[in-house]
Design a protein around this ligand. Structure first.
Ligand code: UDP
Length: 463
């Protein structure tokens, strides 16, 4: 029994959206919260929970300070979770009740361990209606840039002004501009744009409209960014606490913080150790992007023709859902200077001294990881906020170059090779990348802006 008048011990329940780019950063944030002696319970969907546990070593499970639990996602076990909108609809239909039952169960077990705060991904922020009724404080979490959130908050105004229709399609062929210091958004390049797939776009757009309400109602909106790189966007969001970049505190090469859906291939490190300093092209497109076999052939041949060492993350579904077929003889020809893995310990790979550049899809987590390690980018965005992140990288921070598609929509081997050479001989870009790395590390250390914001949040959890 809790003693009357006694302050409730903080207990955070973290609820990510069930996708890799949302689970990992929330896990990193939770690790930091737990390191301050605060109890954290992390609730994944059963499907994701199984993946996360399967990817963790027994030692990592034992040492994990966070309790990992699960609830159903509402889809039958055999269903394909890669069809995003079905998963989104199902989670939305079933999560509020599942979560409510879970919180009641936890709260009923021991009154000293009641859930005091729910940190939910902004895309599942509608659960706050339920969690608030159970006495928990609402904190929203955004794994994308503050600019993306600022844009989402503008949706009602943009609809009213006739810039957007109710499906999120751009009505006027104009750039959408929020501030002089934030790159403008183009038609079909918004976070919710799915050109040619109106059904998915409409569901994602509705989700963002809900996120706008959530952001207003939550006590804080924690974002994986830092004030110095997105000050204009941060200033547009009243309850925003930029607390990023979310860097892993665990530097050990043999252990991971948990949250990956695939087992990290740690053989990368011995291979990287053998490569000259600043020589390796690291190629990774995150967890969702897929490409045609023709496009992957161009990329493979460009990496071969570059003559440089490369580490390429090739997920088993990278070729439009299937295994990649390499060009004839490719693997033999590059075997002395190439490493191909299914999933890399990315953050630690990027921090390795042998890395020269990052050929990336510009997912926000990858963007923050590359930026925090001072690595220049070759940008190849795939969907959602990745186009906007590319604009930040190339036009605002000037730490990378675009890989442009040709008239057939392919990034040709010639384009890729040319840009690799241009990037690696551009000392201005490298100098900017090093400067941004220093800014990022400063923001999360000592009296840095993100560090202070994090303290504000911890104080509010405890009081
Ligand atoms: N990642 C990883 N190993 C890989 C590829 C990616 O650990 O081989 C991690 C990466 O460090 C990042 C996340 O997966 O934290 C991907 O998130 P991001 O926002 O970059 O892209 P998304 O997967 O959401 O498209």
């Amino acid at each position: 029994m809790a003693v009357k008048g006694k302050r409730q011990v903080p207990h955070v329940l973290a609820v990510p959206f069930p996708a890799q780019g949302h689970v990992l950063p929330l896990m990193k944030l939770c690790r930091r919260i737990a390191s301050r002696g605060i109890k954290v319970t992390f609730v994944n969907t059963e499907y994701i929970h199984a993946k996360v546990l399967a990817a963790m070593s027994e030692d990592d499970k034992k040492q994990n300070p966070i309790q990992l639990i699960s609830i159903p996602d509402g889809l039958p076990a055999e269903d394909d979770r890669s069809v995003g909108f079905e998963l989104m609809e199902s989670v939305r239909r079933t999560m509020p009740e599942n979560l409510s039952n879970l919180i009641k169960k936890i709260n009923g077990r021991n009154s000293d361990e009641k859930i005091t705060c729910v940190i939910a991904d902004i895309t599942v922020g509608w659960i706050f209606d339920v969690t608030q009724k159970l006495g928990a404080e609402s904190v929203a979490f955004q794994s994308a840039p503050a600019a993306g959130m600022a844009m989402i908050l503008q949706i009602p105004k943009l609809i009213q002004a006739g810039n957007l229709d109710i499906n999120g399609s751009v009505m006027k062929n104009e750039l959408i501009n929020l501030s002089d210091n934030i790159p403008p958004w183009r038609r079909n390049k918004l976070s919710w744009s799915f050109p040619g797939d109106l059904k998915t776009q409409t569901i994602v757009f509705e989700c963002f409209m809900d996120a706008a309400k959530t952001a207003h109602h939550a006590k804080w909106l924690l974002c994986n960014t830092f004030y110095e790189i997105e000050s204009s966007a941060c200033n547009l969001i009243p309850n925003l606490l930029p607390v990023g970049p979310f860097l892993s505190t665990n530097k050990s090469k043999s252990s991971s913080i948990g949250g990956s859906f695939w087992q990290e291939d740690t053989t990368c490190f011995s291979w990287l150790d053998e490569q000259p300093i600043g020589s390796v092209i690291y190629v990774s497109f995150g967890s969702i992007a897929v490409f045609s076999q023709d496009q992957l052939n161009e990329l493979a041949l460009a990496l071969e023709l570059s003559g440089r060492p490369f580490l390429w993350v090739v997920r088993s579904n990278l070729a439009n859902g299937s295994h990649v077929k390499y060009p004839n003889g490719f693997q033999e020809r590059v075997s002395k200077r190439a490493k191909i893995v299914e999933w890399a310990p990315q953050e630690k790979v990027l921090a390795h001294s042998s890395i020269a550049c990052f050929l990336s899809h510009c997912g926000w987590n990858s963007t923050m990881e590359g930026l925090s390690t001072g690595v220049p980018f070759l940008c190849w965005p795939y969907f959602s906020d990745q186009f906007h992140n590319q604009n930040y990288i190339c036009d605002v921070w000037k730490i990378g170059l675009r890989l442009n598609p040709n008239k057939n929509g392919l990034r040709s081997r010639h384009e890729i090779m040319t840009k690799i050479e241009m990037l690696l001989s551009d000392y201005g870009i490298k100098a900017n990348a090093v400067k941004l790395k220093e800014m990022a590390l400063k923001s999360v250390s000592g009296y840095g802006s993100s560090s202070q914001n994090f303290e504000t949040f911890i104080d509010s959890l405890k009081n």
